[in-house]
Design a protein around this ligand. Structure first.
Ligand SMILES: Cc1ncc(C[n+]2csc(CCOP(=O)(O)OP(=O)(O)O)c2C)c(N)n1
Ligand SMILES: [Mg+2]
Length: 375
């Protein structure tokens, strides 16, 4: 079923389209014919989600692309951490190290026109969308070449051209906005999909459920990607959440959901392909709970005393998303150590150039204090 078969909002005589003009009978027809959710194996939350032999294989090109793109995020974030330590970056800075497979696997399923929106742990999402590392790093250092002219910082960058809609510092604020992006797609009758990312902590916010309700009611093309990295600041998901299987949070709205091994880029892409197609076909929203982990503290100022070093070390050594790809590439003979070294060097060069630019680019002119603000 293509999007054209879906009930559309009618346009009033004034040219003003309103939600109230949805034909209820059409909507009910969709509800009656509601197709079954794609069958997916349900998994219990565990620190070993998924088994490798359940996951569809990647081609050599896919593996190399995933390796390169995840490494770009890892090295970018390591550099940002260093520059923060040197005092070149101020304010808040939330690193994405450990979670790279989530955005890279999901991005592999998108086409131009699709939209991505997330919270404040956003550098990985921007790079995955194809935003320039120089512009992102320069924003972190508050320089005029940054995506927000140096006036936004880590949590406040956008690139409509690349389909990235921020960058939001208020926990879960992006969820209704991402739902609105999906509404706009539905309203315009295109087949674009909104990927709306949020964390396990954000999943307990009220506005998430208001969004779920409307998204299912109007069959909006939005994949809610819950990045369950097990902690919201210093609070573990088991201490903060009455139910910890977050993939089931849409059940009372009839939104299907599933848990995915968010440390395995192949599992992420497979789940992403299925759910993005579901949305494009006009079947409404879908929830993907990515079981993932952040290696660093919540932000640069977090000493992370709420978890043991052993816990972090275990994830790094047994589940690291980049090492998994590397091991497969070398083990299968798809790539040699030398080939991977070349990729590593190319990524390092890109990141060094970005850091150089972000260090030497001038700060915004003081007159910029009065631009881009509502007066
Ligand atoms: C409405 C609101 N409440 C509280 C905060 C403070 N705060 C910032 S991040 C955060 C934790 C969110 O955790 P999670 O959603 O799991 O995302 P993660 O940091 O793990 O990526 C909190 C409570 C905020 N920014 N906004
Ligand atoms: Mg979290």
């Amino acid at each position: 079923m293509g999007c054209s078969a879906l009930p559309r909002p009618r346009v009033l005589g004034y040219g003003l389209p309103t939600l109230a003009r949805y034909d209820p009978e059409d909507t009910m027809a969709v509800a009656k014919n509601k197709p079954a959710a794609p069958s997916a194996p349900r998994r219990a939350p565990t620190d070993k989600p998924g088994k490798p032999d359940e996951v569809p294989a990647f081609s050599k090109d896919d593996e190399l692309k995933a390796y390169h793109d995840m490494l770009l995020i890892r090295r970018f974030e390591e550099k940002a951490g260093q520059m923060y330590g040197m005092g070149l970056i101020g304010g808040f800075c939330h690193l994405y190290i450990g979670q790279e497979a989530v955005v890279i696997g999901m991005q592999m399923t998108l086409k131009p026109g699709d939209e991505v929106i997330t919270g404040y742990r956003d550098h990985g999402h921007m790079l995955a969308c194809g935003m320039d590392p120089k512009g992102v790093m320069a924003e972190l250092t508050g320089r005029r070449g940054g995506y927000s002219k140096g006036k936004g910082g880590s949590m406040h960058m956008f690139s409509v051209e690349k389909g990235f809609y921020g960058g939001h510092g208020i926990v879960a604020a992006q969820v209704p906005i991402g739902t609105g992006l999906a509404f706009a797609n539905r309203y315009r009758g295109n087949d674009n999909v909104s990927l709306t990312y949020f964390g396990d902590g954000a999943a307990n916010q009220g506005q998430v459920y208001e969004s779920f309700n409307m998204a299912e009611l109007w069959k909006l093309p939005v994949v809610y990607v819950i990045e369950n990295n097990r902690y919201a600041m210093g609070t573990s998901v088991t201490r903060s959440s009455a139910t910890t299987d977050l993939s089931r949070r849409g059940l009372s709205f009839n939104i299907p959901g599933e848990q995915v091994d968010g440390m395995d880029v192949r599992a992420v892409r497979a789940a992403g392909e299925k759910t993005v197609a579901w949305c494009r076909e006009g079947r409404g929203p879908y929830i993907l709970e990515m079981l993932t982990y952040r290696y660093r503290g919540h932000s640069m100022s977090d000493p992370a005393k709420y978890r043991s070093r052993e816990e972090v070390q275990k994830m790094r050594t047994e589940h690291d998303p980049i090492e998994q790809v590397r091991t497969r590439l070398i083990g299968s003979g798809m790539a040699s150590e030398d080939e991977l070294k070349k990729i590593d060097a190319a990524v390092r060069n890109l990141i060094n150039e970005a850091a150089e630019f972000a260090t030497n680019n001038p700060e915004p002119d003081p007159s910029e204090l009065y631009t881009d603000v509502l007066q």
